[in-house]
Design a protein around this ligand. Sequence first.
Ligand code: 5GP
Ligand code: ZN
Length: 116
Amino acid sequence: MNKNRCLFCDIVSNKMNADIVYRSDSVIAFKDIHPKAPVHILIIPKEHIPTLNDLKPNHQNLIGEIFLAAQQIAKEFGLAENGYRTVFNCNRDAGQEVYHIHLHLLGGRQFHWPPG
Ligand code: 5GP
Ligand code: ZN
């Protein structure tokens, strides 16, 4: 893959397939290709933002929308009552692999704390 090509931008522009479960003007959500739990959804802004370190004050509403989408999707997938986990990984130490920010929504099993 081209060094400047972004996998998640390709999903946003439909160049790459994904199982999309939520769509708005500025956000989409789709199933993770290698799920780490019975439900594993990635919620992303359509705008290419590489890491949480690149957030600007004008992204405040966008981040709020991402969490409200997580809440809605969790409800739709029947996770709200038992619970679920949301995670943004930032850079190497957290294990970020795709450099287009994405909120992981994980549910359907028990999670441990602290995480590994
Ligand atoms: P990160 O480690 O960057 O926080 O998470 C990246 C996530 O993207 C991983 O959970 C990985 O399974 C998922 N992923 C990587 N490539 C693809 C893809 O092409 N399609 C989908 N749907 N998920 C992907
Ligand atoms: Zn991107």
